[in-house]
Write a protein that binds this ligand. Structure first.
Ligand code: URP
Ligand code: ZN
Ligand code: ZN
Ligand code: ZN
Length: 489
């Protein structure tokens, strides 16, 4: 047969309008888009359904080793989500590729931990790429190891401006920007002011205000806005493109909008939690509020409206999950420091890999806040382009990988933890009613999910190496015409 698989009769969403057509797939790739394709070894009926590009989640913490317990304690914990469980969850929710994080710990280089992480990632079914976290930018890391990982296809460096012991000083952040510029990498940034949060946290704890809800009080929007401004200013100085991660509020997004208006290569990401959760969700008796604790903190209902507006304006052009699951039960997850731990000693992060597309579709497209084209670009095309994965990922086009989601735009579902199919014992979106749901997921031409049943061979996920790409090239706008960090080669 000419095609291994034909997806038949769907409304194909390209991000630039839809077309009723068949999709012909051969050896894992899309080879034909036409009104009617025959001569297929297998067919998948998409009548009455949308066909979307497989979701690209460019910000996921999967099987990420972390220093366990309180700061300074050397014990290693690996997040409960393995590449196997994350793959199942992703396919259940219509996502087919992720970019996840290789950690670096202070006092260590990056290559040994990368080798360990590569072995873990290869056991899953999802296609994957890596951000390299930099917490200790020594000369050996910047001069020797970063060029080595770039040669191996890693093209983004992730930095934190907060968290003990991850945060970088301005001096170290500049060093990472310079190294990224010289090696052709994107820099992705967690923007919150370390000292400001530390000071407020100390004052809250001293006043006996330790419950989960005070997490939000420890890091109000000004803390995020300031760090966003500083991250952008220093990136402008170095002439290095950056993406600001998990923007939770309009005042941080305004900093990005101003930078974009000046022509800077600055992009902004937000996440479903900032569109559906609020700080009030953490205001529950005892430990229960920890289930909603992530950084930046969920804000107010009014702020959610402003984040939607920044999505519509195009300032925020990627919606990722920031999936970072810790179970509420047991003593390895949220309760690693006990169920009466202060808000400062509870791991930050919430699971959302499977919920991302249904929430954004329902709250966005079904409720009329964004268009279907917006949805496709926010969840697949834009993250693929910004991460250097396009045109292989993130779009339905001849030559692209055949990563597809058959989507029922009318199906009403109440989100439950079981539907998430992840390793975490809860979802912060329990009970949320959504309209629109993935009914089949295709990864490189293989049907890996049908009606919620995931079937894929462990170890079939592929590493996605990234070469040099235009979006992260420096602009070449230099103060006084002096290039303080000339790109290599
Ligand atoms: O609270 C969060 N977002 N945890 C995950 C790590 C990060 O900051 O992205
Ligand atoms: Zn420190
Ligand atoms: Zn972060
Ligand atoms: Zn994150």
């Amino acid at each position: 047969a000419e095609y291994d698989l034909v997806v038949r009769g769907g409304e194909v969403a390209t991000g630039f309008g839809t077309a009723r057509c068949d999709i012909g797939i051969r050896r894992g790739r899309i080879v034909a888009l036409a009104e009617r394709l025959t001569d297929a070894a297998a067919a998948l009926d998409a009548g009455g359904l949308l066909v979307l590009p497989g979701g690209v989640d460019s910000h996921c913490h999967i099987e990420e080793p972390a220093r366990g317990g309180t700061a300074g304690e050397p014990a290693v914990t690996v997040s409960e989500e393995s590449f196997l469980t994350a793959s199942t969850s992703a396919f259940a929710g219509g996502t087919t590729s992720v970019v996840c994080f290789v950690p670096q710990w202070k006092g260590e280089g990056i290559l040994p931990r990368l080798a360990d992480y590569e072995r873990r990632a290869a056991r899953g079914m999802l296609d994957y790429s890596f951000h390299q976290i930099i917490t200790d930018p020594t000369e050996a890391v910047l001069e020797r190891e970063v060029p080595e990982i770039v040669a191996r296809g890693i093209r983004s460096l992730k930095v934190f401006l907060t968290y003990e012991p991850l945060h970088l000083s301005d001096e170290d952040y500049i060093k990472v920007l310079v190294t990224a510029r010289r090696n052709g990498c994107l820099v992705t940034v967690h923007c919150e002011n370390y000292a400001a949060i530390k000071w407020r946290t100390g004052a809250l704890l001293a006043a006996g205000l330790t419950a989960p809800k005070y997490h939000a009080w420890s890091r109000p929007p000004v803390v995020e806005r300031e760090a966003t401004h500083r991250a952008i200013a220093l990136a402008e100085l170095v002439d290095q493109p950056i993406q600001v991660f998990h923007v939770s509020c309009a005042e941080a997004a305004e900093e990005i909008a101003r930078a974009q208006a000046r022509g800077l290569k600055v992009w902004g990401e937000t996440c479903p939690q900032y569109l559906t959760l609020t700080a009030g969700d953490m205001d529950r008796p005892g430990f229960a509020g920890a289930a909603f604790m992530c950084s930046p903190s969920p804000r107010s209902p009014e702020e959610q409206g402003r984040v939607w507006e920044m999505i519509r304006r195009g300032t925020l052009d990627v919606v990722s999950s920031d999936h970072c699951g810790f179970s509420m039960g047991g003593d390895r997850g949220k309760a690693v420091n006990g169920r009466d731990a202060g808000f400062d000693a509870i791991p930050n992060g919430i699971p959302g890999l499977a919920a991302r597309l249904p929430i954004l579709f329902s709250e966005g497209v079904s409720k009329g806040r964004i268009t279907l084209d917006d949805f496709v670009r926010l969840t697949a095309t834009n993250p693929a382009r910004l991460m250097g994965l396009a045109p292989r990922k993130g779009m339905i086009a001849v030559g692209a990988d055949a990563d597809l989601v058959l989507w029922d735009p009318r199906k009403k579902v109440t989100i439950t933890n079981a539907l998430m199919q992840h390793a975490i014992d809860y979802t912060p979106y329990e009970g949320l009613e959504v309209t629109g749901w993935p009914v089949a997921t295709v990864r490189r031409g293989e049907v890996v999910m049908r009606d919620g049943v995931v079937q894929a061979e462990p170890g079939t996920g592929r590493f996605l190496p990234r070469g040099p790409y235009a979006m992260v090239q420096p602009r070449g706008v230099l103060e006084n015409g002096f290039d303080a960090a000339p790109p290599r080669g």
